[in-house]
Write a protein that binds this ligand. Structure first.
Ligand code: SF4
Length: 80
C-alpha cells in the first residue's frame, strides 16, 4: 500500500517503452518518440528486413515441426 505522505523525487517519471522483438539488441524506446510515420507503427512493417527475417525463421520452425509431426504419424501408422 502506498503512503500518501511519502514524497518521490520530482524527476521520477513513468513512461511506456517499446522494443523490437526481432532485433538482437533490445533497445527500449519511449513510445511517445515513435511517430506514426515510422515503419514499425505504420503499414510499412512488412517491408522491414528484420520483420522479414523473423517471419522467415518462424515459418521455417513451423515447417520443421510439421515435418516432425508427419514423421511421428507415419511411424505410428507403420506400427499398427
Ligand atoms: S518493423 Fe522492423 S524494426 Fe519495427 S518492430 Fe517490426 S521488425 Fe522491428
Amino acid at each position: 500500500m502506498e503512503d500518501a505522505n511519502v514524497m518521490t523525487c520530482p524527476y521520477l517519471t513513468e513512461v511506456t517503452m517499446v522494443f523490437c522483438q526481432a532485433s538482437p539488441q533490445k533497445k527500449l524506446i519511449p513510445s511517445d518518440r515513435i511517430s506514426t510515420a515510422s515503419t514499425c507503427e505504420g503499414d510499412g512493417f512488412s517491408a522491414c528486413a528484420l520483420y522479414r527475417e523473423a517471419l522467415a525463421r518462424a515459418l521455417h520452425t513451423i515447417e520443421e515441426l510439421e515435418t516432425e509431426l508427419k514423421d511421428v504419424h507415419e511411424k505410428k501408422g507403420a506400427q499398427s
